[in-house]
Design a binder for this molecule. Structure first.
Ligand code: AMP
Ligand code: FE
Ligand code: FE
Ligand code: ZN
Length: 283
């Protein structure tokens, strides 16, 4: 019998992952995970697909998504958990993101052309095709643009595309219309879900961290990706002090981020139950 482990952060082909939602569930079973949340960027389209296989395989599924927001001009990711995937306000927020991304991606393509690296809309679409092909790519973002740049030979790797051109502050980066942290938390709470600060380990601006810690979150992602116990300690202390829920996950994306494996970060049964209990209290 495996000890209880729940990975509450990963991405499927519905956003910028390379495994389909069903493939993630099979992999989760194979590596012995007991709990799972597929937190695609700005979409919940994986859920109608995975509810049945998770039931069959005895994996406890927590509905979730990773929402893109902007705070003081910086990009901040918020994890939302426990709402219904068909909640109308969650759907509306996701549609707003799709529209935001359409405009932003076109602006990034314009910038690439100006920098002598034209990528057509068709070439971007081709870079978004997922296998199996019947699963629509609902969220198109910079990783797909990076992939198209690799295919056109402008850069050798997706990482190089980010490092030189697409990362925040780089010459071909555009933020696009901002959706605020407050608005996102409000939608999550309105849908009876919990709002969690995603990977605080990656927020290097301490002022931004301090600001986030004053906001109306319910939890913080203390265990993340390939970080070590000493990196988790700081966030666990904050969670304890603020009586926030503790979450954790790998941020698995499949082969586009080959060194991050599903289940490399997780929470145990007690922390998973605390989340479930809080969600029950809200309903
Ligand atoms: P977007 O949502 O379009 O703004 O793109 C952000 C996504 O790009 C993140 O969620 C990551 O999956 C990916 N990403 C960000 N920085 C890097 C990087 N340096 N190398 C590879 N992927 C990255
Ligand atoms: Fe991503
Ligand atoms: Fe993120
Ligand atoms: Zn993520």
């Amino acid at each position: 019998m495996n000890p209880f482990r729940a990975d509450l952060h990963c991405h499927s082909t519905c956003s910028d992952g390379t495994l389909s939602p069903t493939e993630i569930v099979h992999l989760a079973k194979q590596i012995g995970l007991s709990g799972l949340s597929i937190t695609d960027h700005d979409t919940v389209e994986a859920y109608p697909i995975v509810i049945e296989p998770c039931l069959q395989m005895g994996i406890q599924l927590l509905v979730g998504a990773e929402f893109s927001t902007v705070l003081n001009g910086s990009s901040v990711h918020i994890l939302g958990y426990g709402f219904r995937y068909d909640n109308i306000d969650i759907k509306t927020l996701c549609i707003k993101h799709t529209e935001r991304r359409l405009n932003r991606n076109l602006s990034i393509l314009n910038l690439l052309a100006k920098n002598g690296m034209p990528v057509s809309e068709e070439e971007l679409t081709a870079a978004c095709v997922s296998i199996p092909e019947d699963i629509a790519r609902h969220t198109v973002g910079r990783p797909h643009i990076a992939l198209a740049m690799v295919r056109k030979g402008y850069v050798a790797t997706v990482q190089e595309a980010f490092k030189k051109y697409l990362s925040d502050g780089m010459p071909c980066y555009i933020q696009g219309t901002a959706i605020t942290v407050e608005e996102t938390i409000e939608v999550i709470h309105g849908a009876k879900g919990i709002a969690v600060i995603a990977h605080p380990h990656l927020v290097h601006d301490r002022q931004l961290v301090r600001k986030l810690l004053t906001m109306d979150f319910d939890g913080i992602e203390c265990y993340y990706g390939r970080f070590y116990p000493q990196h988790h300690r700081e966030w666990l202390k904050i969670a304890e002090k603020k009586k926030w829920l503790v979450t954790g996950g790998s941020d698995f994306h499949g082969s586009i981020k080959p060194d991050i494996h599903l289940g490399c970060s997780w929470i145990g049964e007690e922390q998973f139950l605390a989340i479930q209990t809080r969600l029950h209290q809200m309903h």
